[in-house]
Design a binder for this molecule. Structure first.
Ligand SMILES: Cc1cc2nc3c(=O)[nH]c(=O)nc-3n(C[C@H](O)[C@H](O)[C@H](O)COP(=O)(O)OP(=O)(O)OC[C@H]3O[C@@H](n4cnc5c(N)ncnc54)[C@H](O)[C@@H]3O)c2cc1C
Length: 239
């Protein structure tokens, strides 16, 4: 059985309550090579020449053959992550609806550390607050979540629609589940932006899991070429 088939259904935890699950894949490295060779109605010429062609395609940004491969994921992530993910317009997405599905008391994200504001970049974080301050912030966050959820329940109990009652929830922290699909070309674009060190730590965790746990096993040649010709030019180091 190929690696591709064996990891369909695999789910990897991300953050405190999230996950990425591979729901489906269409295509493999050879599909990319064969799509490129249709130009002259050819097909595979053996692993060595196929791999060489694939590296050539990636290096020279001959991108459309990479769009022949598709990945579909089921992802659970806090809204702060979705807020950034949805900017990637080439993805196809369907989301859990807070109008249909009520939220539960533990549907909120707790950061593992309280990162400090970076002094040299208004968008970034740098370092973490000390342990005592962190414990206090986590306690306050917990209090905030408990209060928000209590008010949400109160509104529901008063007969308010779920679409309005959710105004009481701490918005950016709420976990939502989505089904998302992207082709390999646009997935690499997403990964190069969201694995980079200037992306928010939370979305980087999702991008890293997608690359390491799913992209690499399904497209080993493409992943190698992508690392060599794209990621090596980026800072993707963990903080
Ligand atoms: C570190 C970081 C910080 C950011 N900060 C901000 C911010 O402060 N404010 C903010 O608003 N956004 C911010 N963004 C989001 C950013 O501007 C992009 O919207 C997001 O990264 C998606 O990139 P994209 O448009 O290239 O990707 P996609 O939407 O996936 O598109 C892929 C490519 O397809 C092409 N494309 C897709 N749709 C169209 C279209 N309709 N017309 C023309 N070409 C199209 C483009 O070439 C594009 O590069 C940030 C992103 C990052 C990574």
């Amino acid at each position: 059985m190929s690696e591709k088939i064996s990891i369909i259904g695999k789910s990897v935890p991300v953050l405190d309550k999230g996950f990425v699950e591979l729901q489906d894949v269409m295509g493999d490295d050879l599909a990319i090579v064969n799509a490129a060779r249709v130009s002259f109605l050819g097909e595979s010429k053996g692993p060595e020449r196929d791999k060489k062609l694939l590296f050539y395609l990636l290096r020279h940004r001959h991108t459309s053959p990479f769009e022949q491969v598709e990945f579909k994921f089921r992802v659970r992530a806090p809204l702060v992550v979705w807020w950034q993910w949805v900017r990637h317009r080439t993805w196809h997405m369907n989301a859990q609806s807070g109008r249909y599905t009520p939220f539960e008391e533990n549907d909120f994200y707790y950061p593992p550390e309280w990162r400090k504001q970076a002094s040299d970049n208004k968008q970034a974080s740098d370092g973490v607050v000390d342990e005592m301050a962190a414990d206090e912030l986590t306690r306050l966050l917990d209090e905030h979540y408990t209060q928000g959820f209590k008010l949400y329940k109160k509104a529901l109990d008063a007969g308010v629609a779920k679409e309005l009652a959710r105004l009481f929830l701490p918005g950016f922290s709420v976990y939502y589940t989505w089904v998302v699909k992207a082709d390999a070309h646009n997935l690499m674009h997403f990964l190069s932006l969201r694995m980079a060190s200037d992306a928010q730590w939370e979305i980087r965790q999702y991008a890293r899991v997608i690359f390491e746990e799913f992209f690499k096993p399904v497209l080993p040649w493409t992943a190698e070429a992508f690392e060599q010709h794209r990621l090596s030019h980026l800072d993707i180091s963990e903080d």
